[in-house]
Design a protein around this ligand. Sequence first.
Ligand code: HEC
Length: 274
Amino acid sequence: MKLTGIVLGVLCACVAFAAPANAQDDATEKAIEQYRKMLKADPWSNPGLLDADRGEQLWKTPRGPKNVSLEKCDLGKGPGVVDGAFAELPRYFADAKKVLDLEARLLWCMETLQGFDRAELVKNPHPSGGKPVKELGAIATYVAHKSSGMKFAPKLDTPQAKAVVALGEELFNRRSGPFDFSCASCHSTSGQRIRLQGLPHLSDPEEAKKVVGEWPGYRVSSSHVMTMQHRVFDCYWQMRMPRVELGTDATIAIIAYLSKTAEGGEISAPGLKR
Ligand code: HEC
């Protein structure tokens, strides 16, 4: 779907849309690409790795009212298996009777194994600018990092899982909210951007493969790791939708759809983002 003049008019008050139509824009794209490459070339320049380390400690430390670690948490490959687990998520979990993405699964383990209060965990789960990612996000960063270099192969082939992916696709394309935007309004055209931020064409497998595996990612502009649940929350906020809760069916479905579209793409989490 193309952005119409009306939508553009509404947006111009706060953001400027542009497509890299001329040489100047191409040069800008290339310079940003070069900046990303330089950051990637030196892994020590990614502060997100500190959060992966913090997450590992949190995973291994007995915590919560039941004072147990997460080492019995089954991320799909058996209790305590972290290596390669993220590459196969989201997937259907028989114990929860649901398809869960990484963060929703961690939430489930923190609630059922460690005895944390779910309502407390989801109350204010995302960090504000300059503040470090919260504990759940740090653990997610650790787990995702343990699939770095692997290819996305989410286990989404059961009938239940297929229905969740279909719901995610539906939500991705569904226009709603005061701006009448869908995710597709900003993410279904190649080469589009808002100011300097590229807007990947997320329903195109080739483009999805390049970016989906970079989440959780360290976001330079807000100086913290942002998880995929936070990314979806933030984009829903950009649509001026009500605050979407971490781990709800809608967020899981969207993440399942994005992961399915990115199937075969390489995971390089934590990535480095603008
Ligand atoms: C008003 C435009 C807009 C809408 C609508 C929108 N997004 Fe975004 N999205 C952005 C912008 C801008 C960025 C890049 C932010 C940045 O660079 O900091 C982004 C980034 C992303 C990314 C990360 C891309 C990358 O480069 O790694 C994902 C994933 C994403 N959005 C998903 C969604 C989903 C899912 C929805 C619907 C729930 C959605 N977006 C709706 C503007 C939008």
